[in-house]
Design a protein around this ligand. Sequence first.
Ligand code: GLN
Length: 194
Amino acid sequence: TLTAGVIAVQGDVSEHAAAIEKAAARHDRTVEVVTIRDAGLVPDCDLLLIPGGESTTISTLLAEEGIDEEIRAHAAADKPILATCAGLIVLAADAKDDRVATLDLLDVTVDRNAFGRQADSFQTPLDLTGLDSPFPAVFIRAPAIDSVGPDVSVLAQWDDRVVAVQDGPIVATAFHPELTEDARIHELAFFAEG
Ligand code: GLN
């Protein structure tokens, strides 16, 4: 049984728990989901999910609780992380916004709310490297990735903007793969073969 930690200081938590359980089942694995609001739990996690929500709030609370350092240690140990939307912003090198203390664990910069207020929420089929059919991507006040470091692979683009990336054990999406029944991105992040 794998221990899957879902960062739960703020944001959509139960959806990620359901998605990771579904992804694990498809690979004949079981997971125990731990919701993380305090320090002390991340060190026991095999994998981590950092959900969407509000990146200013999430980054502040992670630092206040001391969870930020535990996430750094998890990443330093090359353990997998899936970060979605605000989670992507939190992991980025720079969000170009002083209100977000990013962890700088993923060599990308992001534009918060890149898709504008008018189109702040939409769903679109998205071609994604590693998946054999389009993924139903739900974007909610989504960031876009506007620069990508040399070790980071682009997994998907939408409207000429990078919206999903991978750097080794870290997968990050600007959209919300936990908000549909499709658990393939959770599978890709945590149970990919090879
Ligand atoms: N726009 C939000 C932020 O900047 C992210 C939105 C989301 O996670 N759905 O934190």
